[in-house]
Each structure stands twice: as C-alpha cells, then as structure tokens.
Design a protein around this ligand. Structure first.
Ligand code: XMP
Length: 325
C-alpha cells in the first residue's frame, strides 16, 4: 500500500467529515479483517485509543486490546483505559499489571538511554507473551499517524510493537496512517472518546520513567506521579489545559534541607516544566501566573510525601530539552 497521503484527501476538521471518514474506515476494516482476530497494544494515548474505538465499532470482540501497565503511567491512566474500553465500549481488553516486572528490571539503572532501552524491550516482551496466549491472531493494529511516516523528528511516536519476533508475522492494520494529529482528535471526538483522552498532551513512551531522574525508586516515582496529578488538576482548573503544549513534573535524585512541621527535613525537590512548541524541536516556557505557581507549590509540598521544595524550570529549548532525560 502507498505510504503517501492521497492528494485529494480532504482535511478532517468537522464532526461531519469525521463521521464520513469513520464510515469509510469501518467498511475498509471489515473488508480487510473479515472474520479474523486483531491484536492492539492500547496505551491509552490518543492514537491507540482512536484505533481501538474504530476497531471495536468495526469488528467488536474480534479485537483484542492489550493494556500494559508498566508502572510509569500517569495517575488514573490505567483505570481510565479499563473504564472507557472495557466498561463503556465493552471491548475485549486484557489488562497486564507488569509494574513489578518493569521496576525490577530498572532497579539501579541510572543512564537515560539504557532506561529507555529496557522499557522498550520489556514492553515488547510483555506484549509478545500476551500475543502468544491468544489463538488465531492474524492482524496487528497500530496507531501510526502520518507524521510517523513522513518525519523523523523527536516527537515521532514510539510504537514499540514494531519489534515483535519474525514468527509473529501479523498483517498490519493502520487506519490512521494518513491523518495528522489534529484530525485524529476530531475523529476521536466523533467516536465518543472522553475529552481528556482526545485532547491529551504528548506523553513519552518511557513515561514517568524519564521524569524520575537517575535510578528509579518507587518512592520518588510516586512523588513524580502525585505531583504531576496536582499540576494537571491545577492547570485544568485554571484554564491552562488546552493552552500549554506540554506540562509535567520531574523529581531529581538528590535531596535538600528544609523545614516541615517545625522539624528539619531532608527531602526531594519537584521541578515543574511547562512549554509551548510547534514541532518539539524548539520550545518556549509558558508564562504561568506567579500566584498559581505559589498555590501549586503549597499543594505539592503539603500533599506529596518526601518533597520539601518546588522549582519552576525557566529554560527554553535550546538550551534545555523538553524532558530532563
Ligand atoms: P525533548 O526532551 O527531546 O522532547 O526536547 C521532545 C518531545 O519528545 C518527547 N520525548 C519522547 N517521546 N519517547 C517518546 O515517545 C521518548 O523516549 C521520548 N523522549 C522525549 C518529549 O516528551 C517531547 O514531547
């Protein structure tokens, strides 16, 4: 099949155009898959969620979704995947709790690229194991989108399932491969996915693993997850959710002294990052109201165990990258 978006393909900008796209894809998917079984790694990100919703509509229980919880997801994400796909859409969803497995593999590993490799390789292994438990899978669905095909920039989605062994030679199903991200969101909305899934900010494949700096420990990972949840909640409440391209927290692997409840503390800092960009190659720092920063600081230092300071990263890209690792 050609890897070029058809020249006459209209840009999907409205619900009507999205529904027309969906109708056309449902027919194509049914023709391609017939009575076959399709496997999909469902991360809960926009692309894989839209693929899942399309396939549930097209082939129902012939789709087998696998959601791997590697312990590096944001607060509430695995629960939302289960709620939306299993409970609301009645999809065939396998939830794999691989938290201990990933964290054990990552224990003591401080180098960022080694961490990334371990997470990617382990993901393929877990997914492969689940795939082998299934009988008669003929197809592998992927949330490939057009920028994945035409660009090789740093935002390129890391669809880890590309590394399955050769004996698992499934036919690919890639219904979004000619769509740009904004079009995927319009289609997701038309498919009835919740807004916080459809308009979700970019989230790296290695997840919170590259925001818990150095060798990951469970307590610092929880500090990243909890502080990130507070930041997201406050951004949503204060109208920054759709306005800022990417925002998250980081917990470094050093401590500083402080005072908590009248006692000297020796705890971690939390760093806030909030940036705007067009293509992730360069980025500017969002001008967050100082009062809001102070409020977020107060919440994080009082609600997140083991944290006594909050810092705001003012560095644009360049010279800083968006992530810290
Ligand atoms: P940097 O830190 O390079 O990030 O300025 C640019 C964009 O890429 C995302 N990013 C990743 N995405 N796997 C991913 O899927 C990765 O290993 C990875 N590293 C960075 C980052 O979140 C930002 O949006």
């Amino acid at each position: 099949m050609s890897e070029k978006r058809p020249e006459n393909m209209e840009r999907i900008t409205t619900p009507e155009l999205a529904h027309a796209f969906i109708d056309e894809k449902l027919e194509e998917l049914r023709a391609q898959i017939g009575r076959g079984k399709v496997l999909l790694a469902l991360s809960g990100g926009v692309d894989s969620s839209v693929v899942a919703a399309l396939l549930v509509k097209a082939v129902g229980k012939q789709l087998v979704c696998v959601h791997v919880n590697h312990g590096l997801l944001r607060k509430g994400e695995p629960e939302q995947v289960i709620e939306v796909f299993r409970n609301q859409m009645d999809a065939n969803l396998i939830y794999v709790d691989a938290v201990d497995r990933f964290l054990d593999k990552l224990a003591g590993v401080a180098d960022p690229e080694t961490k990334r490799k371990i997470i990617g390789a382990e993901f393929i292994r877990v997914f492969e194991e689940e795939a082998r438990k299934q009988d008669g899978i003929g197809f592998l669905a992927q949330g490939t989108i057009y920028p994945d095909i035409i660009e090789s920039g740093p935002v390129k989605a890391h669809h880890n399932v590309g590394g399955l062994p050769e004996d698992m030679n499934f036919e690919l199903v890639e219904p979004l491969k000619f769509l740009f991200k904004d079009e995927v969101r319009v289609v997701g909305k038309a498919l009835g996915l919740p807004d916080n899934m459809v308009y979700r900010q970019p989230f790296p494949g290695p997840g919170l693993g590259v925001r818990c700096l150095g060798a990951i420990t469970r307590d610092r990972l929880e500090a990243v997850r909890e502080s990130d949840a507070i930041l997201r909640e406050e951004f949503a409440k204060n109208g920054l959710e759709g306005k800022v391209w990417q925002y998250f927290t980081i917990v470094p692997d050093f401590k500083s002294t402080g005072v908590k409840d009248g006692l000297r503390s020796f705890d971690w800092p939390v760093i806030i990052r909030a940036v705007n960009t067009r293509d992730a190659m360069t980025a500017t720092v969002e001008d967050i109201p100082f009062e809001l920063l102070k409020h977020i600081t107060a919440r994080i230092t009082s609600e997140v165990p083991g944290v006594n300071r909050v810092l705001y990263d003012l560095t644009p890209k360049p010279t800083g990258t968006i992530e810290w690792e």
